[in-house]
Design a protein around this ligand. Sequence first.
Ligand code: NDP
Ligand code: GDR
Length: 371
Amino acid sequence: MKKALITGITGQDGSYLAEFLLEKGYEVHGIKRRASLFNTQRVDHIYEDPHVEHARFRLHYGDLTDTSNLTRILSEVQPDEVYNLGAQSHVAVSFEAPEYTADVDAIGTLRLLEAIRFLGLEKKTRFYQASTSELYGLVQEIPQKETTPFYPRSPYAVAKMYAYWITVNYRESYGMYACNGILFNHESPRRGETFVTRKITRGLANIAQGLEKCLYLGNMDALRDWGHAKDYVRMQWMMLQQDEADDFVIATGKQISVREFVRMSAREAGIEVEFTGSGLDEVATVVSANAETAPAVRVGDVIVKIDPRYFRPAEVETLLGDPTKAKEKLGWVPEITVEEMCAEMVASDLDTAKRHALLKAHGHHVSVSKE
Ligand code: NDP
Ligand code: GDR
């Protein structure tokens, strides 16, 4: 039985990858952080009681900032494959916490690679690094492929650039099987609530059900190549099954704007909107609403406004990936379109919002967390 170790197992990708590897028959180990509340909601459905013999799913307390902890876990697990998905993954937050982001995202990757080498596992353990389209930042070429030069535009992207190159360096220096997946944005109903797609689907679902009045966003013109996390974790595994380690761009090859994603999500929730104004004065106003899915919404309601707080000191305006290499070398093609993904996200958030609205109607307190 193959063993995998996943950092960031409690995150969006970690949870889908763990499911995927368990289905493939792997023993899956994950690193979770200590938190004051339970933080394993995304993997609770695959959790196995550690008291059960031969459990194939194990969680270890740890942190990418802690070298001795990582070394001990690697030594205990002796994994065939390590997937380094753990990161301070929010671009806007990286401007607020640049040093921490560098410690986790850049040096954390070095700590893992060095621990593998220190333990003499460099010929046994294959390594996947969660690299990102944010490396392209101020884009030098459209669409972006493996050979497009990098121009990172945030502390997050700069940290991930170190991680990218240290992964290449360990492959070239020590013959390690180490790969970078340069993944473009990918989303799902499990996406963190402060990333823009989920913020939109959750915000509009809450508005539809009367739990919120208005959604506040930043740059509506940003263009992204959005895929589904399920498609992308399959590719992470495929990358580690080749004869030779290599780096791949993973993307859909299509892009839409944040504004278009708002329109698409609103439509899924039964709301048609019209955008008027520009810059900080842009708003989305309701022109029609389905009484069944959006009973709390009226024609003329302004449901999206701009808040300058959500603009970044330096922005990545446009990202569009060219996944030709992944298609040709690995036979990978994305199966889920942005429209299907958006429909799934809105349906899931509407489901939750309806339950919360019902609780509220029966006098229960419902808190709607926001950033
Ligand atoms: P999430 O933010 O959903 O998950 C991040 C994971 O990292 C969580 O499990 C989090 O733990 C963990 N983590 C954070 N800090 C530390 C730390 N100091 N030590 C150990 N673990 C830590 O991200 P995604 O699942 O969306 O992304 C997975 C990886 O892929 C990340 O590295 C991200 O940067 C990268 N990426 C993501 C893309 C996307 O569009 N989703 C695109 C390209 C790259 P906790 O749950 O406790 O917070
Ligand atoms: P990104 O994702 O920065 O691309 O990083 P995010 O969803 O945060 O932003 C996408 C674009 O939307 C614009 N935007 C807003 N973003 C947020 N979060 N909140 C808002 O209110 C808002 N309004 C507009 C942003 O300015 C940006 O242009 C994600 C992360 O998963 C990274 O870890 C990963 O590496 C990259 O995708 C690829």
